[in-house]
Structure formats: structure tokens, C-alpha cells
Design a protein around this ligand. Structure first.
Ligand SMILES: [Zn+2]
Length: 151
């Protein structure tokens, strides 16, 4: 971590810290970035540099956010979305709109309809869910809406 702190300071043209200050600074970075696995620190650092275009001093929060981006992207890769051929067959869950329509009974007994990002390729990348609402708790109607069934 001290390597990253030193390197980022030099890049920003900031003076090197004395031993005490460096230890304090590294302590702050280590705390903010404690969830970053040791072997991902360098990758997170380079990612943080790549995603910024200012030469001001890099902040530990930027390193942490760079790590969350790396992590989220690798997750997204692993959970490849349900394959949908948008030219031909439509997604069973969202009709290739990207949003699954869920119909749910409210506490008052009326029906509430809401749209939820689907898990298929038609869903927006930022909101794509891990899986559609499915299984025996839901029944699909003729309009492609999914009704939540009372347990
Ligand atoms: Zn879908």
C-alpha cells in the first residue's frame, strides 16, 4: 500500500511524506481499502488511474471504487445474462423489453404492477438482475405479466 501512496503522490507532484506521515497516510488508505484483496491492489490502482483524467492527488476512495468496478465487471462476466435472440425469439420473462412486469397483491388487497429489470441481455446493464422472478411463486398471464401467487 505504501508503494501506491508514494507512486500516486509523485504522479500528482506532491512531495514525499516523512516516515511518520507516510505511516499515517498508509493507515488511512488501508482502512478505506481494507476490502480490496491484496493481489488486486495494483490492478485497482491502475484502473483508478485509467478512469480519471486529472493529475490531482488520488484519494483512497478512488482506489476503492476502482476495485468495486473491477469486482462488479468480473461478476457480470461470470453471470452471463440469459441468452436472448432479440431478432427472433423474445425473452419469456420480459418480452425483450428488458423489464419484467410483476403483479403483486398489496396489503390492502388491491393489485400493484411494477417493472423490474430482467436478467437477460435486453435489460439495462446497470440494473440487470441475477435472475428473473420465476418459479412456483409466479404465474405468467397472457400479457406476459408475472403474478405473485399467495403462499
Ligand atoms: Zn428478459
Amino acid at each position: 500500500m505504501s508503494g501506491i501512496v508514494n507512486s500516486s503522490r509523485r504522479r500528482a507532484g506532491a512531495p514525499d511524506l516523512n516516515e511518520d506521515d507516510l505511516r499515517t497516510e498508509v493507515g488511512v488508505w488501508a482502512k478505506v481499502c481494507e476490502d480490496i484483496p491484496e493481489d488486486k491492489l495494483d490492478a485497482s490502482y491502475f484502473r483508478a488511474l485509467r478512469d480519471r483524467n486529472v493529475r490531482t492527488l488520488l484519494q483512497p476512495g478512488e482506489l476503492f471504487r476502482a476495485w468495486t468496478r473491477i469486482r462488479d465487471e468480473s461478476r457480470a462476466d461470470r453471470q452471463s445474462p440469459i441468452k436472448v435472440d432479440l431478432e427472433g425469439e423474445c425473452c419469456y420473462y420480459c418480452n425483450a423489453t428488458g423489464y419484467q412486469i410483476i403483479v403483486r397483491k398489496t396489503v390492502e388487497g388491491s393489485w400493484n404492477e411494477y417493472a423490474r429489470p430482467c436478467a437477460c441481455a435486453a435489460a439495462p446493464g446497470w440494473g440487470r438482475t441475477e435472475r428473473p422472478m420465476m418459479g412456483s411463486k409466479y404465474k405468467r398471464d397472457g400479457y406476459g405479466r408475472f403474478h405473485e401467487i399467495d403462499a
